[in-house]
Design a protein. Structure first.
Length: 181
């Protein structure tokens, strides 16, 4: 796990690139990411086969000018304001903020890992309100922190060469490929 000095050094030498970067977002062992302007709200009542079939449908919401009221039990997709690039030997976990978690807000359901080779892409957030309050989502909310790790080896295949979502400038919904596993 990287501490603040290692994060700064890795940003200085280009192993980690954060666009929009601000040194004040470096924590003792992480970097704080912010909520971007776009949310995707899953259309209700869809039947989705995760083994393959039609992709889910979403309503796109712009929260740059108006907050979104996330109701208890509601799930939406969001994005980081920042784009991230990682070298082929650095990975990152995205983790929620403690204060937001204590309100019932989670920013990832199970997809916390950002692979080495993640290139010039936002991070899609799986946002869920498991609390009892309506939570106001607005652009620039400090939503989570990145926790960086470095391998002693460089990956042979980078995520941008094999991932389902290799580069995203804006949040994307689920891409349900025809899995045969």
């Amino acid at each position: 796990m990287f501490v603040d000095k290692q994060i700064k050094d890795s940003i200085s030498n280009g192993e980690i690139v954060i666009d929009i970067y601000d040194e004040k977002n470096i924590a003792p062992a992480g970097y704080y990411f912010h909520l971007g302007k776009t949310l995707l709200i899953p259309e209700p009542g869809q039947i989705i086969n995760p083994m393959g079939g039609d992709d889910p449908k979403y309503q796109k919401i712009d929260i740059s000018t108006e907050t979104y009221n996330l109701k208890p039990g509601e799930f939406v997709l969001g994005q980081t304001k920042e784009k991230l690039s990682l070298s082929n030997n650095i990975g990152m976990f995205i983790d929620g903020r403690t204060t937001l978690a204590r309100l019932g807000l989670s920013i990832h359901i199970t997809a916390t890992w950002i692979h080495p080779g993640h290139t010039d892409s936002i991070i899609t957030l799986e946002i869920h309100n498991s609390g009892n309050h309506i939570l106001l989502l607005q652009e620039n909310l400090s939503i989570g922190k990145g926790i960086f790790f470095k391998s002693t080896e460089v990956s042979e295949v980078a995520y941008n060469q094999m991932g389902i979502y290799p580069t995203q400038s804006e949040v994307m919904g689920a891409d349900v490929p025809p899995y045969n596993k």
